[in-house]
Ligand binder design. Structure first.
Ligand code: C2E
Ligand code: CA
Ligand code: CA
Length: 870
């Protein structure tokens, strides 16, 4: 309170003498307060220091937050305390820490709440307004004009914003339910100060965590990439080694070691503690296991093919990966039959020779925690291809040796026969008159079996036809039959055995027919039966089935047990037949159908077959006309640099421009052209055009590739003729490239190699077409003078959708192999930018496909380059 003013005109009274005790007391109180302030300031300092220390401690967030809580508790009453974070973009609130004595579990931390989910929230008000709010919660809400519904009512409530770069980034709140405890301006000021520090501390902490996470993610990605690369390298190295192994162990007796070493290599790539190689003997339909290592099944004796997973892979010709559950499903569906200890995981890939499955390579795991992925399967498939190539090569060598032995044996036999010849000559002279009779018989009979021959049968057919013409109800049918696998038996067992087999077969067929039917041998292993006086087609089928039955029984010849069977074609007499040959030809066609359908069956020659046969004849006729009328023309497709799109060359692609203007791609006629041999003539036409066009093509240095029918490589004069053409057209050999497929190199490998060597020496380039679809064995690349290879277009099509899957690992391996052999690689069938990019990333530098241009006549490309130039 102020002192009263002095009265005017009066002397002010003397000031009272200060009481020293009072002064001392006041001084004491002042010092006390000062001390208090200092110690509070010290506590605050300590607290702030503690806050920043805990924020940088790297401890888990939960610990950091509860430590912050403890520190605030040293400064004020903070039993009820929470921290929130505000996401201004999404307008959401998150409680990062929450402690409340009245409602301990009312809030879940970490969950983001929409504004609307928190009606009447004082905390939101603090954030919205960006300033502290303090007071009893109900009164506070009322003064702000909101209805306080969030949380229990508190006696005193204090919230302050945490400031962020774009306005409040959260709030810190303390509250009291105890009427004895409240908050004043001092606490408010303190909390503002602390909130500031909590904000920086949290940000720093969160930032650190986020950084650590990013580093972690990046590290994992890098690790995965390194693993992927290592995997590709390992795969490539493994394939190299398998190829090398195969050539090291070419003899039969090396087989066990070869398999064991292959097992070792596979084991480095995948878990292969249970591993086996199964081979399928198609003739006996038997599975044998030349190599097997297994924890549960110590021995794998050979077995008759049943319905195991191995057989399943052989029959489908597709690699297979199954878990225990899938295998059980397959078993329940009756697809397979399991035996032995069931594996938790099983994976097998077919080994194929000439596209025919010859066996399976399989791994399995009896443990839940050791499984396989589709990529492992892909890898196993690759290994299987290489092993199959090795087996094929070994078998071919073996067959050659057997053939030599057989030849020697036959020479010996022939010598013996000659010795007997003199004797037989004497006998023949004495039986002179018998000879003439026999000759007559021979003209109409087959010397081996004594059966009528083709001529005899045709005579009978003519007679049957004229009878039918006179009496149409007199039906007849022709059965054309062929012994399955006779050639194999004949080649492997020798002609003596083959002949005996034929005689026995003839005898058995003879049992199935009755007079006046005619059984004839047409040559080789082909027989025909003329069935006269049948009532309907069923009668003919019945006889066919009987014949198949008797031929299905084993043959015992020269002390050996042999198995054969028959495929039968049936043709019934029809009004449209004009000649005996026609009927026989149709029965023959039906027999081919039976064989194609899987042998050991019969097929009827029906309208469909007739039409197909007729269409083929028609097409063949048209092909010949097409040649005469120069209807075969080249289309060109650019081969470009995948980097900048520059044209490097063109592939010549055959087109048939028919008289009506329609242009056909080879798919429609190539098969027949190959079969009939017409392709050779067509190709020569194509080569002449392409070499001629070489002078007109732009850019001037571009090369031209031509496709080679496999037939050419078997013709001994092919290379010479080709080079003559090159010279006649004055074409530069280095601008010419021939494309061959692996199929063309497979039979008569040496002849093919000689032809390619000649071309290569003259400077013509050679590339392997459609690489990756056939054997893809390294040995091919090494054995032939190749300049490059074209990755088959089926690979490009799997490169959609980014990522690492599809054929990427295989392409990567192919590119690596090609690089190490210094071969150029061209990617085919590139249809999209994405595919181009993917191939480029995988190291492929050249390519062709619709993305760069569809095949078109030369004029099209010339016009385009002129257009580009202007
Ligand atoms: P190929 O040698 O593999 O030729 C590539 C084939 O892929 C061509 O089919 C071409 O038109 C097609 N192609 C090109 N780019 C793409 C693409 O982006 N996507 C797709 N889906 N396909 C694309 P075409 O012209 O029908 O020829 C088919 C096959 O006929 C050739 O396959 C080749 O084996 C054979 N052929 C073509 N011309 C001749 C020839 O003059 N002589 C011989 N003997 N065979 C030929
Ligand atoms: Ca080609
Ligand atoms: Ca190709």
């Amino acid at each position: 309170m102020d002192a009263p003013p002095p009265a005017p005109g009066r002397m002010p009274p003397n000031p009272p003498t200060p009481d020293p005790l009072v002064a001392l007391r006041e001084e004491n109180a002042r010092l006390q307060a000062e001390l208090e302030r200092h110690s509070r300031a010290l506590r605050v300092q300590e607290a702030l220091f503690a806050i920043s220390e805990v924020a940088n401690s790297g401890r888990p967030t939960r610990e950091v937050l509860s430590e912050l809580h403890r520190i605030v508790g040293t400064l004020m009453y903070a039993e009820n305390f929470f921290i929130t974070r505000w996401n201004p973009a999404g307008r959401r609130l998150r409680f990062v820490y929450f402690a409340d004595s009245a409602a301990p579990d009312s809030i879940e931390t970490g969950v983001e709440f929409e504004e609307a989910e928190l009606p009447g929230s004082l905390t939101l008000e603090v954030i919205r307004r960006g300033r502290p709010l303090r007071g009893p919660s109900r009164a506070l809400a009322r003064s702000l004009g909101i209805e306080a519904t969030a949380g229990p009512e508190s006696h005193d409530w204090l919230g302050v914003p945490i400031s962020g770069p774009d306005g409040p980034s959260g709030a810190v709140v303390v509250q009291s339910y105890d009427p004895a405890i409240g908050y004043g301006p001092e606490e408010e000021q303190l909390l503002v100060y602390v909130a500031e520090h909590i904000g920086t501390a949290l940000e720093r902490h969160e930032g650190k965590r986020a950084l650590e996470e990013r580093v972690q993610q990046r590290t994992e990605a890098l690790r995965a990439e390194v693993l992927e690369r290592q995997r590709a390298e390992r795969l490539q190295a493994a394939l190299y080694r398998i190829t090398a192994l195969a050539s090291r162990h070419e003899r039969e007796e090396d087989e066990p070691r070869f398999y064991a070493e292959v097992h070792g290599i596979v084991g480095e790539l995948i878990d292969a503690r249970n591993f086996y190689i199964a081979l399928w003997d198609e003739e006996r339909d038997e599975i044998s296991f030349p190599y097997s290592v297994d924890e549960k099944n110590p021995a794998r004796p050979p077995r008759h093919a049943g319905r195991g997973l191995t057989e399943h892979v052989i029959h489908t010709g597709e690699p297979l990966l199954v878990s225990d559950a899938t295998a059980r499903g397959l078993q329940a569906a009756g697809v397979i039959q399991r035996s032995g200890t069931p594996a938790m995981w099983w994976m097998g890939a077919p080994m194929k020779i000439d596209d025919q499955p010859v066996g399976v390579i399989a791994v399995q795991s009896y443990r839940h925690d050791v499984g396989y992925t589709p990529r492992d399967l892909e890898l196993l498939g690759f290994v299987a291809t290489h092993i199959a190539t090795a087996i094929g090569r070994r078998r071919a060598a073996l067959a050659l040796r057997t053939a030599y032995l057989e030849l020697e044996r036959r020479v010996a036999e022939r010598t013996r026969e000659l010795a007997l010849a003199n004797e037989s000559l004497r006998q023949q002279i004495s039986a002179r008159e018998g000879v003439e009779r026999q000759l007559k018989h021979q003209a109409l009979h087959d010397s081996l079996t004594g059966l009528p021959n083709r001529q005899y049968l045709l005579d009978r057919l003519v007679a049957a036809m004229s009878q039918h013409a006179a009496q149409p109800e007199r039906l007849f049918a022709v059965l054309f039959l062929d012994l399955d696998r006779f050639k194999v038996i004949n080649d492997s067992e020798g002609h003596l055995v083959g002949d005996a087999l034929l005689r026995e077969a003839a005898r058995r067929i003879g049992e199935c027919v009755r007079s006046p039917d005619t059984l004839a041998r047409l040559g080789g292993d082909e027989f025909a039966v003329l069935l006269e006086r049948i009532r309907n087609i069923e009668d003919a089928i019945h006889v066919a089935e009987r014949i198949m039955q008797v031929l299905d029984r084993p043959f015992f010849v020269e002390g050996r047990e042999l198995h054969s069977s028959a495929s039968v074609g049936i043709a019934m007499v029809q009004p449209h037949y004009h000649s005996a040959e026609e009927i026989l030809r149709d029965a023959d066609a039906a027999m081919y159908r039976a064989k194609a359908d899987g042998r050991k069956r019969f097929a009827l020659f029906d309208e469909n077959l007739r039409q197909v046969a007729q269409q083929r004849l028609e097409l063949e006729r048209e092909l010949r006309h097409g040649l005469v009328d120069a209807q075969f023309i080249p289309y060109y497709q650019p081969i470009v640099s995948l980097g900048n799109g520059a044209v490097l060359g063109y592939e010549t692609l055959l087109r048939w421009r028919r008289a009506d203007g329609e242009v056909l791609a080879p798919g429609a006629f190539l098969g027949l052209a190959e079969e009939t041999g017409l392709i050779e003539e067509i190709d020569w036409r194509m080569y002449a055009c392409a070499l001629h066009d070489l002078t007109r093509i732009v850019p001037r240095h571009a090369y031209v590739t031509v496709n080679l029918s496999p037939r050419h490589l078997l013709a001994p004069d092919f290379a010479g003729r080709f080079l003559e053409l090159v010279e006649a057209q004055r074409a530069l050999p280095s601008r010419i490239c021939v494309e061959v497929t692996e199929g063309a190199l497979i039979d008569r490998k040496d002849v093919a190699r000689a032809a390619l060597e000649t071309l290569h020496r003259a400077g013509v380039r050679i590339v392997l077409d459609d690489f990756g679809t056939g054997y893809s064995a390294l040995s091919y690349l090494q054995h032939f003078p190749l300049h490059g290879l074209k990755i088959d277009r089926s690979f490009a099509s799997t490169l959609e959708g980014g990522g690492r899957g599809g054929s990427r690992p295989i392409i990567r391996a192919i590119v690596a192999m090609a690089n190490s052999l210094e071969l150029e690689v061209v990617g085919e069938g590139i249809e999209t930018e994405e595919q181009r990019q993917a191939l480029w990333t995988l190291g492929v530098r050249q390519g062709q496909g619709y993305h760069f241009g569809r095949p078109a006549p030369l004029e099209h490309w010339l016009a385009q380059s002129t257009a580009d130039a202007t």
